[in-house]
Design a protein around this ligand. Structure first.
Ligand SMILES: [Zn+2]
Length: 181
């Protein structure tokens, strides 16, 4: 059985009890989670998300990269337009995890091999130290003038072995980060 067949069979089970057609497009938690693609750290599972709770963006490492910045900025602008005169919060939650494949991208030999053979630059994704990388990502948001000041950002580290979460950066408004620079 192919992966697609497995997924289609599971969807057949899903639709049997489906009653969520009326969900609002703005997520209930008003959250955007940026997490790693690793199958072991699916935010729906580790945070017990229900359908419609949160937007989830996933990339290698769960890093703030040029492409994820574009996604976040576009979403923030879209939500602000939808909110209109009564703006609500926009909570961006960065999630990295221990034993992440992006730690391998920190190897300069692998970086140059990927650049030469595949034309891929993983330097913005590489993780040497998770605490450092999470703070660096918060700073990438602070330093990009396109990122709206009303966004609140926090940074979490998920432990693959225990299933637990460490709050590395507590929720803070981008505006506050810029004022206290
Ligand atoms: Zn990972």
């Amino acid at each position: 059985m192919s992966s697609t067949q497995v997924l289609l069979a599971r969807n057949e089970q899903f639709i049997k009890s489906f009653d969520q057609a009326k969900l609002p497009v703005i997520p209930k938690l008003r959250a955007v989670i940026l997490a790693c693609v690793d199958a072991r750290v699916d935010p729906s599972h580790i945070f017990g998300l229900e359908l419609g709770d949160s937007v989830v963006i996933r990339n290698n490492g769960g890093r703030v990269t040029p492409s994820s910045l574009d996604e976040i900025i576009a979403l923030a602008m879209l939500v602000a337009m939808m909110d209109g005169d009564s703006p609500g919060p926009f909570n961006l939650v960065l999630v990295q995890h221990t034993k992440c494949g992006a730690e391998r991208f920190a190897d300069p030999h692998l970086q140059s091999m990927l650049r030469e053979r595949a034309g891929v630059d993983v330097s913005a994704t590489a993780i040497h130290d998770h605490h450092e990388a999470l703070r660096e990502d918060v700073n990438r948001l602070r330093d990009d003038p396109r990122v709206p000041s009303f966004i609140t950002v926090s940074a979490l580290l998920y432990d693959i072995d225990s299933g637990g979460i460490e709050e590395v950066v507590a929720p803070v408004a981008v505006e506050h980060l810029r004022l206290s620079r």
